[in-house]
Design a protein around this ligand. Structure first.
Ligand code: PMP
Length: 351
């Protein structure tokens, strides 16, 4: 059949998210979601929400949530940008800041959405190899570039770098925008927020999907100088003024209001992570040191793909990336203690 219009369609390989199974009873450790519910105030905010308010557009500037975040981080609300999940924020940041012909730089092993945005927005990029232990070498970023993207901690490796390390990267990259993707920072890594007062070209991106148990609500945000945030606002307002719905603004603000609950949940995930890491090591796994809510592991005697499929048979989902250098690794989200016990028992059986 002749369909000449097909030649005119965009060809692109999209990012593939972790699967969301329909069946109940699955132990879902494949998308770095939080096993605990969001702060109680989130439920209250949703229950008391007046559906009649949905007849009106939401606040395009998301002031309630911006103010809450600005206060928490000691910034002005003009230094906060909101998006429909941090993927939305990152996609906009790529479009807004990476407009040069010089390639942007990011690690060879990192969040696999970055190359997809580069393809989509036709941004030239070069990947910088992590060393044999999956560590970043700051000196690799001392060269002309159109921008730098570094997740801290990195995903899927789980490794974090210090504030001094990040400052070193920034000090050597002042003629471009440096994006630090802090999706997992709340599980024990150092945030770059203290560097914002010194570096106008620093953009920090965070999410409520992981540490605040709000993946289903889609709330991400960026923190940066008024110059960078103003550019993001202008680009956002050039395609969709209302990326944040009215419910998300309420839910996000309610989450930020409960710092104690936030800290408790992060503490529980960290404690389970350390316990699970020891149990996995006892089974012979090599476990990378993690500052996230997941563990990146490999076993010397068993293929990651074999383990992945065997776990799947037992209704336990983890993540396996068929990518160079990491095809023999599994990324396992930290669930509850009970979920991790079930995982360990299943792995003992498989091995
Ligand atoms: N950055 C990294 C490194 C991630 O792993 C994820 C989660 N897939 C995101 C950003 C995006 O998260 P969200 O869109 O849910 O905020």
């Amino acid at each position: 059949m002749n369909k000449p219009f097909l030649d005119k369609l965009r060809q692109i390989d999209p990012y593939v998210p972790g699967e969301q199974p329909k069946s109940t009873g699955t132990i879902k450790l494949n998308a770095n979601e939080n096993p605990y519910p969001p702060a109680p105030g989130v439920g209250e905010a949703l229950r008391s929400f007046d559906a009649a308010a949905l007849a009106l557009y939401p606040d395009a500037n998301g002031r309630k949530l911006k103010n809450a975040l600005a206060e928490r981080f000691g910034l002005r609300n003009t230094q906060v940008f909101l998006g429909n999940g941090s993927d939305d924020v990152l996609a906009l940041a790529f479009q807004s800041f990476f407009c040069s012909e010089t390639p942007i730089l990011y690690p060879d092993i990192t969040y696999s959405f970055y190359p997809v945005w580069c393809d989509l927005f036709r941004i030239p990029y070069e990947t910088v190899p992590l060393d044999a232990d999956f560590c970043v070498n700051a000196r690799d970023y001392d060269r002309p570039n159109g921008g730098v993207v570094l997740p801290n901690p990195n995903a899927p490796t789980g490794r974090g770098v210090s504030l001094a390390f990040l400052e070193d990267i920034l000090a050597h990259n002042q003629d471009c925008v440096v994006i630090i993707d802090e999706a997992y920072v709340d599980f024990g890594a150092q945030s770059a927020v203290p560097l914002l007062s010194k570096y106008e070209n620093l953009l920090i991106v965070q999410t409520m999907s992981k540490s605040r148990s709000l993946a289903g609500m889609r709330i991400g945000y960026a923190l940066g100088s008024e110059t960078l945030i103003g550019t993001l606002e202008a680009v956002k307002n050039s395609y969709n003024s209302y990326t944040m719905d009215a419910l998300a603004l309420e839910a996000g603000a309610a989450s930020v209001a409960d710092e104690a609950y936030f800290r408790t949940v992060c503490g529980k995930v960290i404690a389970t992570r350390e316990r699970a890491a020891k149990a996995l090591e006892a089974l012979g796994f090599t476990v990378l040191p993690s500052l996230t809510n997941f563990l990146f592991v490999t076993h010397p005697n068993k293929d990651a793909s074999v383990i992945f499929n065997a776990l799947r048979q037992k209704n336990i989902l983890v993540r396996h990336f068929r990518l160079p250098r990491i095809e023999n690794y599994l990324r396992i989200t930290v669930g509850t203690d009970a979920q991790m016990d079930a995982l360990i028992a299943a792995l003992r059986n498989i091995l």
